[in-house]
Design a binder for this molecule. Structure first.
Ligand SMILES: NC(=O)c1ccc[n+]([C@@H]2O[C@H](COP(=O)([O-])OP(=O)(O)OC[C@H]3O[C@@H](n4cnc5c(N)ncnc54)[C@H](O)[C@@H]3O)[C@@H](O)[C@H]2O)c1
Length: 415
């Protein structure tokens, strides 16, 4: 059987991470890429790794004619444009077996609903990439605690966080382009993995019914004069005019429809984590059992003293968004695998080969978008959002947060 041919839209940060992950996936070629920038570099990288031809195509339509599935790895503001082009290509006869979309599915509920509607028009399977669900550590925690869950009952509290010192590109910092700040960027991960870890084994991913969301957002670091100046100089984004939150936390309550039991997922996300680099921290508690995961607890540590510090080549090859180049440093030797990229690729390709959606599909991505947007609404209005209310669901359909509108100054405290 010939290799499954994957095509990428976008050739930036996540596209390179996913290409590196693909090195650990059997039977899949990176056959093509469409990207306004960076396509040639990705192609050279992919060919150098033996990943496939990674031909650079001039349009989404051309890419679709030459691959089995396409992954959208482009900025959030271009989601709908790319999905529309994909669907047009499928209608014109492109033989796609699946469409992958990175998080977030949309910057608003309306955008995410449009993505789901477009996928339905195309009539082909989808995978919504929420890598943390696929992390081997999370899967192992679920598997190891299955007997305890069966004997004692399901997990009742999960606490998930993802934090680092801030994104690498200007569009990510600009709330009008990204769709918000850190809650839009990483809140989706923590809310999704929290919901997933609470879900009783063997039940569908949306088995637990969202009941309410309470959240708070703040600008704790990047709104101060020193860091505003730095952000403007480095990223061209002015947080005195269009600020976004660099800290978000909240609690989502879910209801088990069979038992009526209420369970809770707490999330915390920040772009102000001035420690070693990216940290994923998750823990969960059930009756008489628990798990805890910290991605910075690596089996490998290196030490670089002041004398040797000038010799450091590139701290980011040791750890994503690394902030330091000397001292005692954790090294995460296989980040694409640790973060779940390898397993989400395997899951999507295997599903598409049998005509199915990935473990998480776009309809699930829409639910995550809804929860994130409800969290913005909660923080904006300073109240708990009742997700069981038909009026709230209606309100969310057209809701655009103040922060995403570029009006974060009305909500966030800027020094
Ligand atoms: N799962 C994760 O952990 C994770 C991590 C980072 C980013 N992401 C997601 O991946 C997506 C891409 O993020 P990134 O960090 O790779 O961004 P990036 O800016 O580094 O790269 C984006 C790429 O898309 C290309 N592109 C394609 N169409 C474009 C258009 N119409 N306008 C502008 N650029 C276009 C750019 O040229 C560039 O090559 C985002 O949706 C982001 O949320 C996910």
């Amino acid at each position: 059987m010939s290799n499954f041919k994957l095509g990428f839209i976008g050739a930036g940060f996540i596209a390179h991470f996913q290409a590196t992950a693909l090195k650990q996936v059997r039977g899949v070629d990176l056959a093509g890429v469409y990207s306004p920038e960076g396509g040639e570099e990705l192609s050279v990288y992919a060919q150098g790794c033996g990943l496939g031809t990674c031909q650079v195509f001039p349009s989404v339509e051309e890419l679709c004619k030459h691959v089995d599935a396409v992954a959208i790895f482009a900025p959030n503001f271009a989601r709908l444009e790319h999905m529309e082009a994909l669907v047009a290509a499928v209608k014109a006869g492109a033989p796609l077996k699946g469409i992958i979309c990175e998080k977030p599915l949309g910057r608003t509920v309306a955008e995410a609903e449009r993505m789901v509607a477009l996928a339905a028009e195309a009539g082909i399977p989808t995978a919504y990439f929420e890598n943390q669900l696929h992390m081997k550590a999370m899967q192992a925690a679920k598997a190891q605690l299955a007997p305890q869950q069966a004997a004692m009952g399901p997990m009742t509290l999960s606490r998930c966080s993802e934090e680092h010192a801030g994104p690498h590109r200007g569009w990510f910092w600009d709330p009008t382009q990204q769709g918000g700040g850190v809650l839009a960027d990483m809140g989706c991960h923590s809310i999704a993995v929290g919901w997933y870890m609470l879900t009783p084994n063997g039940k569908p991913m949306d088995f637990l019914e969202p009941v309410s969301v309470t959240a708070d957002v703040a600008l704790l670091k990047w709104g101060t004069p020193h860091y505003r100046k730095k952000l403007l100089a480095d990223m061209g984004v002015d947080y005195s005019k269009t600020p976004a939150e660099d800290f978000a936390t909240g609690l989502v309550t879910f209801r088990n429809p069979e038992t009526g039991q209420l369970v809770k997922a707490q999330f915390t996300n920040s772009w102000m984590y001035d420690k070693q680099g990216l940290r994923l921290y998750m823990d969960g508690l059930g009756p008489g059992y628990a798990y805890e995961m910290n991605s910075l607890v690596s089996p490998l540590e290196i030490f670089i003293g002041d004398e040797a510090a000038e010799a450091v080549a590139d701290a980011e090859t040791a750890l994503e968004k690394s902030t330091a180049t000397r001292g005692l440093l954790p090294v995460v030797p296989n980040e694409p695998d640790l973060y779940g990229y390898v397993d989400e690729l395997i899951d999507a390709v295997q599903a598409f080969q049998t005509g199915k959606d990935g473990m998480a599909n776009m309809a699930y991505g829409l639910e995550i978008t809804r929860l994130c947007q409800a969290a913005y609404l909660s923080a904006e209005q300073g109240r708990t959002i009742d997700l069981t209310s038909a009026a709230v669901q209606q309100e969310l359909k057209s809701y655009i947060s103040l922060i995403a509108q570029g009006r974060g100054g009305e909500q966030l405290h800027i020094m």
